[in-house]
Design a protein around this ligand. Structure first.
Ligand code: NDP
Ligand code: 8X3
Length: 257
C-alpha cells in the first residue's frame, strides 16, 4: 500500500536533477536519503530541507563506483529512516567529447563505471528493501543519448543505451510486483553536467547559447508526476526535451542569433 510519506533514496543529490528532485519531493512530504561524493553539499541540503518541510533527511557520502560504499549508504539510510520505497538512480556524468579513436581511457571508465555499474550497484543494494516495504518505484535517469548517438558521444551514449536496457529488463522482472519502473530520458538540461563534461565554464555555457534549456526542476517535476500517479499507472519511459530542441542530439536546436 502507498505510504503517506514515501522514503526516497537519491544518488547524485549534490547538484542538478538530484538536488532539484530532493527539494521537490521534500516539499511533497517525502522522507529522503541523499548521497553524493560532495558530502558537505548533501548534508547542508538535508539540514535545509528538514527545517523547511519537517521531513526526515539522511545524508551521506557515496561514490557509486564502489560497491562497499553503495551498500553502506543504503544500509545506513534504511536504518536511519526505517525502510525504503523509492530509488532515483541519478548519479552520472559525461566526460569529454572525443571521437572513439582518441577518447581517454580514464574518461570512458568514469562514464561506464558511474553510469552503468553505479546504477546496477544501486539497484542491487536497494531492491530487496523496496520489495520488503510492499510498495515501490525505481527511477532511472537515461538520456536522449540512450536513443540516438552523436559523434564524440560514443562512450556516454553506450552508457545511456545500457541504462535503457537495464530499465527495460527490470520492468520485465518486476511485472506482477507492486514496484513501478520509470526511465526519465532528458535532452538538454542546464545543470553542472556540461561543466563536468568540459571542465571549462565558457565551453559549458556555450552548449546552451541562444536557446532555452530545461532545468533540473523540470526533470524533478517529471519524477514527481510519475510518482504521484495512481498505483496502476506506470510511465515506462519519458523523453523530455526543451521546446528549442527538436532532435535527440544537438542536430536541430533553435538558437536566437
Ligand atoms: P550534475 O553534474 O549537476 O549532477 C550529477 C550528480 O551526480 C552530482 O550530484 C554528482 O555529485 C553525482 N555523481 C557523479 N558521479 C558520482 C559518483 N561516482 N558517485 C556518486 N555521485 C556521483 O548533472 P545532472 O543533474 O544534469 O545529471 C544527473 C543525471 O542526468 C546524470 O546521470 C546525467 O547523465 C543525466 N542527464 C543529464 C542531462 C543534462 O543535459 N544535464 C540530460 C540527460 C541525462 P558529486 O560530484 O558530488 O559526487
Ligand atoms: C545529456 C544529453 O545531448 O549531452 O544526456 O548527450 S547530451
Amino acid at each position: 500500500m502507498r505510504p503517506e510519506h514515501p522514503i526516497v533514496l537519491i544518488t547524485g543529490a549534490s547538484s542538478g536533477f538530484g538536488e532539484a528532485t530532493a527539494r521537490l519531493l521534500a516539499s511533497r512530504g517525502c522522507h529522503l536519503a541523499l548521497g553524493a561524493r560532495r558530502v558537505d553539499k548533501v548534508k547542508a541540503l538535508a539540514e535545509e530541507l528538514e527545517k523547511a518541510h519537517g521531513v526526515r533527511v539522511f545524508a551521506s557520502m557515496v561514490d557509486t563506483r564502489n560497491t562497499e560504499l553503495v551498500n553502506g549508504f543504503v544500509h545506513a539510510a534504511v536504518e536511519a529512516l526505517g525502510g525504503l520505497h523509492v530509488v532515483v538512480a541519478n548519479a552520472g556524468l559525461a566526460r569529454g567529447l572525443d571521437k572513439l579513436e582518441s577518447v581517454l581511457e580514464e574518461d570512458w571508465q568514469a562514464m561506464l563505471h558511474t553510469n552503468v555499474e553505479g546504477v546496477l550497484r544501486t539497484l542491487k543494494a536497494t531492491l530487496p528493501h523496496l520489495r520488503k516495504s510492499g510498495w515501490g518505484h525505481v527511477f532511472f535517469i537515461g538520456s536522449t543519448a540512450g536513443h540516438q548517438v552523436y559523434e564524440g558521444g560514443g562512450a556516454y551514449a553506450a552508457s545511456k543505451f545500457a541504462v535503457r536496457a537495464i530499465a527495460q529488463t527490470l520492468r520485465l522482472e518486476l511485472c506482477g510486483e507492486p514496484i513501478r519502473v520509470t526511465s526519465i530520458d532528458p535532452g538538454m538540461v542546464e545543470t553542472e553536467f556540461a561543466l563536468v563534461r568540459f571542465q571549462d565554464e565558457d565551453r559549458a555555457k556555450n552548449v546552451y547559447k541562444g536557446m532555452t534549456p530545461l532545468t533540473g526542476g523540470d526533470i524533478a517535476e517529471c519524477i514527481r508526476w510519475a510518482l504521484e500517479l495512481p498505483d496502476h499507472v506506470d510511465i515506462d519511459e519519458m523523453i523530455v526535451k526543451p521546446r528549442d530542441q527538436a532532435s535527440y542530439t544537438g542536430a536541430k536546436v533553435h538558437r536566437q542569433a
